[in-house]
Design a protein around this ligand. Structure first.
Ligand code: NAD
Ligand code: ZN
Length: 381
């Protein structure tokens, strides 16, 4: 075991003291992992739009001070009591939704909604004892979705940690810890487009482009990208997107535009925006009789999905997913192998890179709509 095992570690973390205010790099104390927890040295983390929503806290419950971050790669530093599947030195990806391997969901082949460890965005403490493992001068700093990877060290429940191939470069595969696996799985595991079908993707950020990549892998013949940001159309061809629609170019609802383009509607659509109107359009643009829409974006806490029930009676299906229905511990190692076997390219999702000291730049890039994924290097070279 590392010499730090069982001791408090002092390290740097980016603390969000208030909603929407730049993160501040502080020295924090990270308590040792308790039963069924592991402490991880984070090497790389990246920014996902979900971090930005909860940091802005405009449409989400504010929980501050908090350490955000959930897309990352690292190495196990020490393990708590009862942890047998992980050991110091293991290479891991933390995941915001867990897999206890024991509940009805974990035992079901259809679900990844673990009863014990499913995503909970309002909880800021560990589930074991209801305490935070982070503090500054004895005052607790809250966790975010059980991961809090904007810290050089973090403590995570063992069920939210996927052990991966130690040869996989963590500065690349860290993006599989949330966004890319989510988009890919939303298409491959949930929408399941038949070969030759037409797929619409709403929102061409990293999640949506990963969904497009999944559609390409599944053999879709037309992939229609829908986004309000025309910058997003430039690179989207690399991800298999064949046509583009900007809803602001039309004075009718985008679902009507798509229906005209496709002789009645697309076969599958995947919504990766978080915008409620895009969610409704993504559902209403699928073909009656067989169309399937999958919602991925995280909505405003007061959002209400409104559509005429006839849209469903006419044999359209509406689904949603967290983490592309992947079970983090059981399925993610194999997604990492897809990258290792060159079946899945990750480099094209990584548009920016910054040292930890400049983490706020990653927020600026995402808010301006310039970045897909910005990798944050947590450790000094
Ligand atoms: P991003 O900001 O990089 O991309 C979102 C894209 O959607 C942007 O290009 C934006 O211009 C576009 N957009 C916004 N409103 C739109 C509208 N009304 N119509 C068309 N396009 C619109 O974000 P990201 O990191 O790719 O994440 C995408 C979404 O997925 C976010 O809502 C995020 O919270 C969510 N997410 C969900 C899960 C899950 O498990 N369900 C996991 C990760 C991320
Ligand atoms: Zn995410």
């Amino acid at each position: 075991m590392a010499s730090t095992a069982g001791k408090v570690i002092k390290c740097k973390a980016a603390v969000a003291w208030e909603a929407g205010k730049p993160l501040v790099i502080e020295e924090v104390e990270v308590a040792p992992p308790q039963a069924m927890e592991v402490r991880i040295k984070i090497l790389f983390t990246s920014l996902c739009h979900t971090d930005v929503y909860f940091w802005e806290a405009k449409g989400q419950t504010p929980v501050f001070p908090r350490i955000f971050g959930h897309e990352a790669g690292g190495i196990v530093e020490s393990v708590g009591e009862g942890v047998t599947e992980l050991a110091p030195g293991d290479h891991v990806l933390p995941v915001f939704t867990g897999e206890c391997k024991d509940c009805a969901h974990c035992k079901s082949e259809e679900s990844n909604m673990c009863t014990l460890l499913r995503i909970n965005t309002d909880r800021g403490v560990m589930i074991g004892d209801g305490q935070s493992r982070f503090s500054i001068n004895g005052k607790p700093i809250y966790h975010f979705v059980g991961t809090s990877t904007f810290s050089e060290y973090t403590v995570i429940h063992v069920g939210c940690v996927a052990k991966i191939n130690p040869d996989a470069p963590l500065d690349k595969v860290c993006v599989l810890s949330c966004g890319i696996s989510t988009g890919l799985g939303a298409t491959l595991n949930v929408a399941k487009p038949p070969r030759g079908s037409t797929v619409a993707v709403f929102g061409l950020g990293a999640v949506g482009l990963a969904a497009a990549e999944g559609a390409k892998m599944a053999g879709a013949s037309r992939i229609i990208g829908v986004d309000l940001n025309p910058k997003r159309f430039v690179e989207a061809k690399k991800f298999g997107v064949t046509e583009f629609v900007n809803p602001s170019d039309f004075d009718k609802p985008v679902q009507e535009v798509l229906a005209e383009m496709t002789d009645g509607g697309v076969d599958r659509s995947i919504e990766c925006t978080g915008n409620i109107n895009a969610m409704i359009s993504a559902f209403e643009c699928v073909h009656d009789g067989w169309g399937v829409a999958v919602l991925v974006g995280v909505p405003h806490k007061d959002a209400v999905f409104k559509t005429h029930p006839m849209n469903l009676l006419n044999e359209r299906t509406l689904k949603g997913t967290f983490f592309g229905n992947y079970k983090p511990r059981s399925d993610i190692p194999a997604v990492v192998e897809k990258y290792m076997n060159k079946e899945l390219e990750l480099e094209k999702f990584i548009t920016h890179e910054v040292p930890f000291s400049e983490i706020n730049k990653a927020f600026d890039y995402m808010l301006k709509g310039d970045s897909l994924r910005c990798i944050i290097r947590m450790q000094e070279e």
